[in-house]
Every structure is written in C-alpha cells, then in structure tokens.
Design a protein around this ligand. Structure first.
Ligand SMILES: CC(C)(COP(=O)(O)OP(=O)(O)OC[C@H]1O[C@@H](n2cnc3c(N)ncnc32)[C@H](O)[C@@H]1OP(=O)(O)O)[C@@H](O)C(=O)NCCC(=O)NCCS
Length: 157
C-alpha cells in the first residue's frame, strides 16, 4: 500500500492478528484498554477484522508488526454524512516518534476519503497528552468532554 523509510503500511491479514493483539496489550495503558464502550481484547481485533478488514492497517518493519490502526465507518440515519471513527491506533514504543503513527493515520484517512467519509472522529482519555498532541498536529480540533459516572450496585440494600 505504501512504504517509507523501510516501514511498510498495508491492510492486515489473518496472520497479523495475534501480533496486533499483543502489541495493543503493550501500548494501551490500563485506562485505554477499557473504556465504557470498547475493550482491548482478542475479540475486538478479530471482530473488526471480520466486519471491516479494509479498515485494519498494520505498519511493518522487516515483516514485524510495529504499529496498527483500526476504525469503522458510522452512518447516521437522517444524515447523508458518514463518519470515520479511528478506534485504536498504536505504535510500538521502540519505534516511537519515527512518523509511523502519522503514516498509519494518513493511509487510514486516504481510505476513508475514498469511501466518501466526510468527518473523522477520534477519542482518547483526557490525560493522554501524547495522543492529544499527535491528533492536534494532524489538525483535529474542537475537543469536547464527556463525563463517565459509575453507580456501584453492590452497595445497594
Ligand atoms: C500516539 C501514538 C500512536 C503516536 O505514534 P508515533 O509513531 O510515535 O507518532 P509520530 O512519530 O507519527 O508523531 C507525529 C507527531 O505527533 C506528536 N507526538 C507523537 N508522540 C508524542 C509524544 N509522546 N509527546 C508529544 N508529542 C507527540 C509530535 O508532534 C510528533 O511529531 P514530531 O515527532 O515531529 O514532533 C503512540 O504514541 C502510541 O501508540 N500511543 C499509545 C496508544 C495511544 O494512546 N493511542 C491513541 C489513542 S487510540
């Protein structure tokens, strides 16, 4: 799909799934691993591979998976617009700040644009400064805050 500085970006194959899963375990901190609507586990990877394999990208250094991006297209009823949600983006910390996250994102963006997506969405924890800086540099703007609350049902009489 594309190659730059010895790093190849292509769509994932079934043989990449285990490596993607294990890299995700390394790069996502406990906060990112689970949020209210998604959890980083093997079903997340295999599920997205089954439903939208064209939106599951890997970055390879010498055939080794060193990064990945995965997302989904959201179509809203009553709206002609479709949204591309980048669900997970991860780069091996040994390969950080070499532009790999950017390469993955650019391929993701190009694929989404080809499909007619008009708005891209990302979400991350409010204190994930590196990711927020990364996305701001690309041009993402207008961050809005969501508040998650919990109610402990174990404490009810
Ligand atoms: C966020 C992440 C994908 C960036 O990957 P990367 O390959 O290191 O990013 P790039 O090299 O393409 O960086 C592009 C720009 O983003 C910004 N950036 C990236 N990492 C940064 C960091 N740790 N601190 C500050 N700015 C950072 C910089 O502006 C950088 O440009 P520069 O190196 O020329 O200054 C990677 O740090 C990661 O996997 N983080 C953990 C998982 C995560 O939080 N994912 C996002 C939410 S799903």
């Amino acid at each position: 799909m594309s190659e730059q500085n010895g790093i190849e970006i292509r769509t994932a194959t079934i043989d990449d799934l285990a490596a993607i899963f294990h890299l995700g375990e390394k790069v996502f901190t406990p906060q990112e691993v689970t949020n209210l609507y998604r959890t980083w586990d093997e079903y997340e990877v295999t599920g997205l591979f089954n439903s939208e394999p064209e939106h599951l990208l890997v970055a390879l250094d010498d055939e080794k998976v060193v990064g990945f991006a995965m997302g989904t297209v959201i179509k809203k009823t009553h709206s002609a617009w479709s949204y591309g949600h980048l669900l997970w983006l991860g780069v091996d910390s040994l390969f950080a700040r070499k532009g790999i996250g950017n390469m993955l994102f650019e391929q993701f963006r190009a694929n989404m644009k080809k499909e007619g997506v008009r708005i891209l969405i990302i979400d991350t924890q409010a204190d994930n400064e590196p990711a927020i800086r990364f996305f701001r540099k690309i041009g993402f703007e207008k961050p809005t805050s969501h508040v998650y609350m919990t109610l402990n049902l174990e404490k009810e009489a």
